[in-house]
Design a protein around this ligand. Structure first.
Ligand SMILES: Cc1ncc(COP(=O)(O)O)c(C=O)c1O
Length: 401
């Protein structure tokens, strides 16, 4: 087999996907008209495929903070946090996160991906055991590959399966780290964190919860699913990303363990990469303040979630059971899924397409996500388009109630 054969196979698969008027995987957003409206192929398109859950990418406080940071600190840091890349802005954001979470320590990273690489590979080494949910994000899987630890998967969202795997480990002979997500990014289901915390405590395991999609969207203070389920104080390390509700780029880990600080010297994905740019950090800091001061944004988001779910069901779409800002439309067959995705986009709604290798061949999904910034008019128009595209592609089509 030639070195390039695997790339040729991908090219071949891509050619299959491109038999249509719009091409999945290479959608170009030509203009951004607002947090939920963009232009694609010259068409005004409603965005239902982003993680802009609170709609803060164009919030005036966030935009102003980013703008003034460029004037004050320049466009880039030109170095890593451990070299010349720690600005007062980075430290101020770390203090804000620690205060928001009521945790003693916080450390920020250039991306959420790097937060997981840094935390997991920083904590674990030879002789340690990492237990991860089978449906973990790629950043969690990739992090485990950077360690010499034993890695064990357990059944998705099953505290029982986790307990069984822990019970099989030799008692007291190895350190254990359990890694789960708060809200899972494709199917929108939430981890049973109370049960998972109980199992971790009973088996002497440390727990990391990645709240990438739940930060800002769950919990009385927007701290995520651990807060919502009343177990935040029992989670050892909470990871978050800035690339969703916080409208920027970056990642964070908060913890009461002072050892977290050692990642500053230890984590390769932190030490050997440039720190985040001043405008981004200032924008994210402003976004955190907005989230803290405006809990009504979450109310708006959840009202939109209920309306979209109800509307999609009314049209005849099969959607996931869990009520969350991520709504999986269960389409099954790959060709039908791509067809529906194309009809939706041509008619002016953008959603995410999940086909193999992102899922099994007969288990394809369109992932729609809600934002607090979707207006009633956005939702009505989107539902009209969903009804039309569902009929055209044969996926759904009962008339709107
Ligand atoms: C669960 C989870 N963790 C981490 C990440 C990575 O975040 P980032 O985009 O900030 O690198 C994502 C991104 O989608 C995610 O869904």
């Amino acid at each position: 087999m030639d070195l390039l054969d695997k790339l040729r196979a991908i090219d071949k698969r891509f050619a299959k996907l491109t038999q249509g008027s719009v091409i999945p995987g290479v959608t170009v957003i030509e203009q951004v008209l607002g947090p939920c409206e963009v232009v694609v192929q010259g068409r005004r398109t409603l965005m239902f495929g982003s993680n802009n859950y609170l709609g803060l990418t164009m919030h005036p406080d966030v935009v102003d903070a980013a703008r003034s940071a460029v004037g004050e600190f320049g466009t880039g840091t030109t170095g890593s946090r451990t070299a010349n890349g720690t600005l007062a802005l980075h430290e101020a954001l770390e203090r804000e996160f620690a205060d928001w979470f009521g945790k003693r320590h916080a450390i920020i990273f250039s991306t959420g991906y790097q937060a997981n690489l840094s935390v997991i590979s920083g904590l674990c080494g030879p002789g340690d055991v990492i237990l991860i949910d089978a449906e973990s994000h790629a950043s969690i899987y990739d992090a485990t590959r950077q360690t010499a630890s034993q890695v064990i998967g357990f059944r998705h969202n099953s505290a029982k399966s986790l307990r069984r795997k822990l019970e099989r480990l030799p008692r007291g002979e190895c350190n254990r780290l359990v890694v789960v997500e708060g809200l899972y990014s494709i199917r929108g289901d939430v981890a049973p964190l109370r049960d998972i915390v109980d199992v971790c405590r009973a088996h002497n395991a440390y727990l990391v919860v990645d709240e990438a999609h739940s930060l800002g969207t769950y919990g009385a203070n927007g701290l995520g699913c651990a807060e919502e389920q009343g177990v935040l104080d029992q989670v050892d390390f909470v990871v978050g990303t800035f690339s969703k509700s916080l409208a920027g780029i970056g990642g964070v880990c908060v913890s009461d363990h002072p050892e977290l600080r050692a990642l500053h010297f230890l984590a390769r994905a932190y030490v050997f990469t440039a720190s985040s740019s001043p405008s981004n950090i200032a924008g994210v800091h402003a976004a955190v303040r907005v989230v803290r001061e405006h809990p009504e944004l979450r109310d708006r988001l959840w009202a939109n979630v209920r309306r979209l779910r109800q509307g999609l069901r009314g049209i005849g779409y099969k959607i996931g059971e869990a009520e969350s800002p991520i709504i999986p439309i269960l389409t099954g067959d790959e060709d039908r899924t791509i067809g529906l995705w194309q009809h939706l986009l041509m008619a002016g709604v953008y959603v995410n397409l999940i086909v193999p290798p992102g899922c099994r061949k007969d288990d394809c999904v369109l992932r729609a996500s809600c934002s607090a910034a979707h207006t009633p008019e956005h939702l009505s128009r989107a539902l009209e388009i969903f009804a039309y595209a569902g009929t055209e592609s044969g996926v759904a089509g009962v008339a709107l109630a």
